[in-house]
Design a binder for this molecule. Structure first.
Ligand code: TQI
Ligand code: CA
Ligand code: ZN
Ligand code: ZN
Length: 165
């Protein structure tokens, strides 16, 4: 399944499950759980979707830190460049899975490094079925504008996700 734009893929259920396959040693586990929950909440607030952490490898969204080639056809590239990627919804086992480049400096509450929550919120847009948008203020814009403690979904993100769910 390609990491390519599509607006025809969506989950056929509203209770989306996720599982942490691993954690980075760069941040406390509690920070990572909080970042992921906050990022998922952005989407839950504007859709009928709910998100539940499970222990099952059949979870819709498997979260993992990986580096360089990790056997999904989309290699990471060391520090900088690609920060993370996510697979669109579907029936393949990799659908929805979201990977973070372990070679980035993952941070919380600071301008330094790469903010885990904001990148996660963007990746979950993909994992729920959204491609990129050039609309002003869109979280799904194709470039990272840095740390913003008050980041939020743009009206275009909200409109597009509500068309799907
Ligand atoms: N990762 C790209 C991204 O998520 C990977 C990618 C490119 C992709 N095209 C895709 C994933 C289509 C799914 C579907 O956009 S990234 C940003 C942003 C990245 C980029 O590391 O370049 C953010 C990760 F948009 F800001 F540039 C997070 Cl927020
Ligand atoms: Ca990288
Ligand atoms: Zn990957
Ligand atoms: Zn993207």
């Amino acid at each position: 399944e390609p990491l390519a734009f599509s607006n025809s893929y969506k989950w056929d259920h509203n209770e989306i499950t996720y599982k942490f396959l691993d954690f980075t040693r760069q941040l406390p586990e509690s920070s990572q759980r909080r970042a992921i929950q906050n990022a998922l909440n952005k989407w839950a607030e504007v859709t009928p979707l709910t998100f539940r952490e499970t222990a099952s490898s059949n979870s819709d969204i498997l979260l993992a830190y990986r580096r360089f080639d990790h056997n999904d056809g989309n290699s990471f590239d060391g520090r900088g460049g690609t920060l993370a990627h996510a697979f669109f919804p579907g029936t393949a086992s990799i659908s929805g899975d979201t990977h973070f480049d372990e070679d980035e400096i993952w941070t919380e509450n600071t301008e330094k490094g790469t903010n885990l929550e904001i990148v996660s919120a963007h990746e979950f847009g993909h994992a729920l079925g959204l491609g990129h948008s050039n609309a002003f203020g869109a979280l799904m814009k194709p470039f990272y504008s840095g740390y913003d403690p008050n980041y939020k979904l743009g009206t275009d993100d909200i409109h597009r996700i509500q068309q799907l769910y």
